[in-house]
Structures are given as structure tokens and as C-alpha cells.
Design a protein around this ligand. Structure first.
Ligand code: PMP
Length: 443
């Protein structure tokens, strides 16, 4: 057999095994059986992935908004290997500790804004969210306000898939997937501070534990707040004795052109949620960062064991990889690159918008962006979703993007690795333009 034949037999075998045994997350089970996996990736380097057939694609999404330092970083493999050889894992319950977890907690305290100084480790964004909901309720309980239980989040907000995180998520198909959700979650309009004030007035501030939002909504379609919104939110929370949780699972670690997106708004949350870019996806890790004030109050008021902890909270290998990842982000000025390449990306979107009729609003902040698809005749969405056709055309031409097709949106979203350079942005824009024109001509 030739090498090509061997590869194609291997691929067929893997496709069959995939269909039979691999339940994919957030996927269509039927479509998997009909068409199999679109790609079986085998290698990655920089902003590119290669699949088992040898096809190379530009990763316009950093996988799930997270591979910030790009693929194939040997330094991260070495950091994991060194730590695994010394001490792969030991638990952090009962105050047992390990050096990478201590150093990473101290590093996060140093780089996060103001007095966000105390860190609880998780294994990802959903766990960071559920941890935060429990911690803020625990805090109010210790402070003598056990009735402060409600969490207000926003429509189109995405916070993950654990039961609390699903309940906080403001995208209805995620609620409809299962039959019952957690109590005490409320949703307000995305950028309306009036809606937030009304909700607090209606429910009573003394029943509300926290307000949570992403500084830039990601999975809900890359929605960027208007000027003044977060400053007003911070004021409303302070006036009503409500904690403000910022979910920076996507936006943290340079995605928006600042190290943390709250810095765009000069607003400091009481609780900061992190995951994804903390290790650039090389290993699972998340974190909940509390202000020193809240940490001190918890210490002063606590009278027993904090009965919340994951086996992998403070995982030594994950923390060692995170430390190396943060070193790379600093050393290679990736936050600044995100800002500069983000401007180039947005300019590229604007050129396409001027040329292609089915492109509506375009937006980006750093290297997170979106292109809306509209019917140029009505200026509204087409009756059927068009963005999946665009993403299929992009994939054919060697570019991976994602689409958002719920809550009235028909949107293509982008979140390329922060290491992307000018030529690669040009390539992304050129493939996107050709794909949009191909779809437009087919309508
Ligand atoms: N919060 C936000 C803002 C997210 O975008 C995500 C994941 N896309 C999550 C939480 C959940 O993170 P994970 O998938 O790591 O559980």
C-alpha cells in the first residue's frame, strides 16, 4: 500500500470508531453519524492545524477561544514534563500545598487589577462559575444575610454547562436541552442598566447575591458593551450591596488587547473568573480570584471547613504550565500584538463590509470579533441561517471559524491565536471575503 492508502485506511478506521464510541460535546449526534468528524486533527503549529488527510487550516477561533499562544509550543510541553517528573499532582485539600500552585496564585494576584489577590483553582470555566455562585452565597451567609441568594446574569451571556453555569447562561436553547435548572437565577437585557435597576427593585436588593457578566460576550455573538455601561453596572452593584462577578474566561489573558477586559472600562470586579487562556488550552485549569477585602472577611467570619473543592484544584502540572504560558504572553508582548492585529482584523472586516452586500455590522475588540450576515433587501436576518454556509465555505478554503445562530443572530465569530501576524490576518480576511462572496452568489 502507498503512504496515501495507509493514511486513508487509518482515517476510515478512526471515523468508524468515532461514530460508534465518541459522544462529542456540543454537537449534532445525527450529523456525526451521517457525515463523521469534519476534521481529525493530528498536528498544530502557530495558527495552523493539520488534519489526518494532510489538509492545513488557519485556526480562526484558537480552538474554543483559548489557544492564545498558538499551537506546538515546546516550552509548555517541557514545563508539563518537568513538573510531571518531579511531582505530577498532589491534592490541595486541608491546606496541603505545592510550589506551582502557590507561585501561580501569587502571579495572578500580581497581574490581575487592584486588590484581586486571592485565588481558588478549578479545572475550567464552568467550574469557576459554579464555584463563584457558591462562594458569593457563602459570603453573604457568613455576613448574616443568608437570604441574599439570587444571581442576576444577562441575556445572550454564556457561562458554561454545569448546572449553575447553565442556569446563569442567558441563551435559551441551553436551558431547553435539559428539564430543570438551578433556582435563583435571573436574566436581564444585555446592555440595559435600566433593566438591571428594575430587576433589583422588583426582587429586592436584600435577596440578590451577585450580578455576573462577561466584559465582552463571546458565545452569545461577540457583543461589545457601549461606553459607560460597566461603570454604571459597578455603581448599581455598589449602591445595592450586590457583588459584581466578571466572567473573563474568554476575555482574560490578552484576548481583547488588554491583559483583562475589565481594564478597558476601568472597573474592578469583586470576583474574577478565569480559565481557557490561563494555559492556552494546553491543560485544563480555571481560577476564581477574590478581592483581598472579601478574602479577609471570609477568613474572619469562617468557623469551619470551606466545604468546596475539586480533586484537581491547584493541580501542580496544570499550574506549572500556566506559569510558563504567562511567561510567554509577557515575553512575546502578546497583549500588544492582540491590540495591533485586532485593529488590522477590524479594518479587514470593514473592507469586506463595503464590498459584500450580505455583511451587516462588523465589530472587534483586540482579537475577538464578529461579522453579521443580513439580507441586504430587508436589512434583517435571512429567513434561514446563512452563517453555517459561510463557515463551510471557509473550511473548504482552509479557515476555521464559528457561527452563532440563536437569539436572532446569524453571525460569524473569530478569535484567532494572539501570536497571529500580519500575513496571517491577510490570509484570514482573504479567505473570509472569498467565502462570503461565494455564499452571496449562491443565494
Ligand atoms: N464562561 C465563558 C465566558 C465561556 O466562554 C465559557 C466557555 N466557552 C465558560 C464559561 C465555560 O468554560 P468551560 O467550557 O471551560 O467549562
Amino acid at each position: 500500500m502507498s503512504e496515501n492508502q495507509v493514511q486513508s485506511t487509518l482515517k476510515d478506521t478512526l471515523v468508524e470508531l468515532d461514530k460508534k464510541h465518541f459522544i462529542h460535546p456540543t454537537s449534532s449526534l445525527k450529523q456525526q453519524q451521517e457525515s463523521g468528524p469534519p476534521f481529525i486533527f493530528t498536528e498544530g503549529k502557530g495558527v495552523y492545524l493539520t488534519d489526518i488527510s494532510g489538509k492545513k487550516v488557519l485556526e480562526g477561533m484558537s480552538s474554543l477561544w483559548n489557544v492564545n499562544v498558538g499551537y506546538g509550543r515546546k516550552e509548555l510541553a517541557e514545563a508539563a514534563r518537568d513538573q510531571m517528573e518531579k511531582l505530577a499532582f498532589t491534592n490541595s485539600f486541608s491546606s496541603f500545598s505545592n510550589e506551582p500552585a502557590i507561585r501561580l496564585a501569587a502571579k495572578l494576584a500580581e497581574i490581575t487589577p487592584c486588590d484581586l489577590n486571592a485565588v481558588f483553582f478549578t479545572s475550567g470555566g464552568s467550574e469557576s462559575n459554579d464555584t463563584a455562585y457558591k462562594l458569593v452565597r457563602h459570603y453573604w451567609k457568613l455576613k448574616g444575610s443568608p437570604q441574599k441568594t439570587k444571581i442576576i446574569s444577562r441575556k445572550k451571556g454564556y457561562h458554561g454547562v454545569n448546572i449553575g453555569a447553565t442556569s446563569a447562561t442567558g441563551i435559551s436553547p441551553f436551558h431547553q436541552m435539559t428539564s430543570s435548572l438551578a433556582p435563583d437565577f435571573l436574566h436581564v437585557d444585555t446592555f440595559s442598566t435600566d433593566a438591571l435597576r428594575d430587576c433589583i427593585a422588583k426582587e429586592g436588593a436584600d435577596t440578590i447575591a451577585a450580578f455576573i457578566s462577561e466584559p465582552v460576550q463571546g458565545a452569545g455573538g461577540v457583543n461589545i458593551a457601549p461606553d459607560g455601561y460597566f461603570q454604571e453596572v459597578r455603581k448599581i452593584c455598589d449602591e445595592n450591596n450586590i457583588l459584581f462577578i466578571a466572567d473573563e474566561v474568554i476575555t482574560g489573558f490578552g484576548r481583547t488587547g488588554k491583559l483583562f477586559a475589565c481594564e478597558h472600562y476601568n472597573v474592578v470586579p469583586d470576583v474574577l473568573l478565569l480559565a481557557k487562556g490561563i494555559t492556552s488550552g494546553y491543560i485544563q485549569l480555571g481560577a476564581v480570584v477574590l478581592t483581598e477585602r472579601i478574602h479577609k472577611e471570609l477568613i474572619a467570619l469562617s468557623d469551619g471547613v470551606l466545604l468546596h473543592g475539586y480533586t484537581y484544584s491547584g493541580h501542580a502540572t496544570a499550574c506549572a504550565v500556566a506559569l510558563k504560558n504567562l511567561e510567554i504572553i509577557e515575553k512575546e508582548n502578546l497583549v500588544e500584538n492582540s491590540r495591533l492585529m485586532g485593529e488590522k482584523l477590524l479594518n479587514g472586516f470593514k473592507k469586506i463590509q463595503a464590498e459584500v452586500d450580505i455583511v451587516g455590522e462588523v465589530r472587534a475588540l483586540g482579537l475577538i470579533g464578529a461579522v453579521e450576515i443580513i439580507d441586504p433587501v430587508t436589512n434583517n436576518r435571512f429567513p434561514t441561517l446563512i452563517s453555517p454556509k459561510v463557515s463551510a465555505e471557509c473550511a473548504k478554503r482552509g479557515l476555521i471559524v464559528r457561527t452563532v445562530g440563536f437569539e436572532g443572530m446569524d453571525t460569524v465569530v473569530f478569535s484567532p491565536p494572539l501570536v497571529i501576524n500580519k500575513q496571517e490576518i491577510d490570509e484570514l480576511i482573504s479567505i473570509l471575503r472569498d467565502s462570503l462572496l461565494a455564499v452571496q452568489n449562491s443565494l
